[in-house]
Structure formats: structure tokens, C-alpha cells
Design a protein around this ligand. Structure first.
Ligand SMILES: [Zn+2]
Length: 95
């Protein structure tokens, strides 16, 4: 495994963390709203902030380590295609 592939896997892990944290925050906010522990307006502001966090995670971490191009065409956890759509670098080591 080369450094590009290691960096790609590290970035993907960071993105997973952001996605999991965002999902937990979303559940937490919905719970607070259900329990009337937070008002509708601050609750919706928190929802928007959480959506912002996940968008930030995708735009920051879902990038090719080689050309820094966004990997928008690949979805998280997908093993194919294994190459960057921008520069063609191998992101996932072939068997
Ligand atoms: Zn690339």
C-alpha cells in the first residue's frame, strides 16, 4: 500500500467520524425537540448547523490525496471504481 492509498483511507475514516457524529447530533436534536427541551427556532438552527458540519466533512475529507480533486462521483464505502475520477491515481489497493 502506498502513501496515497494510506491517506485516502485516513481521510475516509475522518469522514466516517463526521457522518456518525452528525447522525448522533441529529438524533439528539430531534429528541430535544420531541421533549420540548429546545425551542423550534434554536432546534432548526442546530439542525442546519449539523447539516453544515456534514457538508464540511464531505467537502474537506472526500478528496483525492494526489490531485486534491473532490471524489463526488464515488460514494462512501464504495470499493469500485478504485481510481480517482480526476487524476486516475489508484485509491484502493487491488487484490
Ligand atoms: Zn486525483
Amino acid at each position: 500500500m502506498n502513501s496515497i492509498q494510506q491517506e485516502f483511507i485516513a481521510n475516509r475514516k475522518k469522514l466516517y467520524v463526521v457522518v456518525v457524529v452528525s447522525a448522533l447530533l441529529m438524533f439528539g436534536i430531534v429528541y430535544l425537540l420531541e421533549m420540548n427541551m429546545v425551542g423550534l427556532v434554536p432546534g432548526l438552527a442546530l439542525v442546519l448547523a449539523t447539516i453544515g458540519l456534514s457538508i464540511w466533512g464531505v467537502t474537506s475529507f472526500w478528496r483525492c490525496p494526489s490531485c486534491n480533486g473532490h471524489l463526488g462521483k464515488l460514494y462512501i464505502g464504495l470499493d469500485h471504481p478504485k481510481y480517482c475520477p480526476g487524476c486516475g491515481v489508484e485509491l484502493i489497493e487491488q487484490d
